[in-house]
Ligand binder design. Structure first.
Ligand code: KIV
Length: 288
């Protein structure tokens, strides 16, 4: 039996592929994600903001790459996600869309670019689809965003909703806090139902108690992706600099660190500095 190419075989459950001559990689689409939910296969999402991370995560089999507005505080050096603009996010989204062969590329609509009206949201989303090559967009908000979601979906743009803790509203929500504890659970559930009804094909749930996220996941037909929402959601998302340790310092409780990229880069950069200072780089082999 020829060895399966997991990148090609998952998540479609297709037959064995010849590793020596792999079939062209199929793009992950909304119906594949819906099928994964039905089959109980977990969906993976990571943020990506540039070519090399997009290529690497795509190669690893990550199903969805989110060009998050978290680029604001993970790439551009801002304190929060609020300052980043559409014009700043579009080139990052284009880099990821140009580089991922398989993963679905999700463009995050930044703060102030869709909340004013469904028309504003549609025109912003069209820019991400046309100028950046995104495959869908994500927007924060629950029931109040239903008209915007419907407008986009009717206009041909798949939407990922984002409920629970929504970082663009951190000043209204009183900072980073779990949403949906006790009585507030009903509000999160109502938001989840509203975004499904409006036409979203998936919903990110951020910092929601695990049992509430599990109940919502079982009730909804659409795909749920959790971040700080326990392990009963259909999929998981993390900001890659958190997950792989490029960012240092205190992490949110929901982050698992899989690597210490800061340590690796720091060590390499120090070695380079020492080499140059000692004139051991460039060596003869690096010299024309
Ligand atoms: O912008 C982002 O990275 C996000 C994730 C936290 C889901 O919205």
């Amino acid at each position: 039996m020829p060895e399966q190419n997991p990148e090609v075989a998952a998540p479609y459950g297709g037959g064995a592929k010849d590793a020596a001559a792999p079939a062209p990689v199929k793009r992950v689409r909304t119906h594949h994600l819906a099928q994964m939910k039905q089959r109980g296969e977990k969906i993976t999402m990571l943020t990506a903001y540039d070519m090399y991370t997009a290529q690497t995560f795509d190669e690893a089999g990550v199903d969805m790459l989110l060009v998050g507005d978290s680029a604001s505080n993970n790439v551009l050096g801002n304190e929060t996600s609020l300052p980043i603009t559409v014009d700043e996010l579009i080139p990052l989204t284009r880099a990821v869309a140009n580089s991922a062969n398989r993963a679905m590329v999700v463009a995050d609509l930044p703060f102030g670019s869709y909340q004013a009206s469904p028309e504003q949201g549609y025109l912003t989303a069209v820019r991400f689809m046309k100028e950046a090559g995104a495959h869908c967009v994500k927007m924060e908000g629950g029931a109040e965003m239903a008209p915007v979601i419907t407008k986009l979906v009717q206009g041909g743009i798949p939407v990922v909703a984002h409920i629970g803790f929504t970082p663009q509203s951190e000043h209204v929500l009183g900072g980073y806090r779990v949403q949906g504890r006790d009585d507030a659970a009903e509000r999160v559930k109502a938001d989840a139902r509203a975004v499904q009804e409006a036409g979203a094909f998936a919903v990110v749930m951020e910092m929601v108690p695990g049992d509430v996220a599990g109940e919502i996941t079982r009730e909804l037909d659409i795909v749920t992706i959790g971040i700080g929402a326990g392990n009963q959601t259909d999929g998981q998302v993390l900001v890659w600099q958190d997950a792989f340790g490029l960012r240092t310092g205190k992490m949110a409780r929901f982050v698992k660190q899989y690597a210490d990229l800061h340590g690796v880069l720091l060590g390499a950069a120090k070695e380079y500095v020492a080499d140059v200072r000692a004139t051991t780089f460039p060596g003869a082999e690096h010299t024309f």
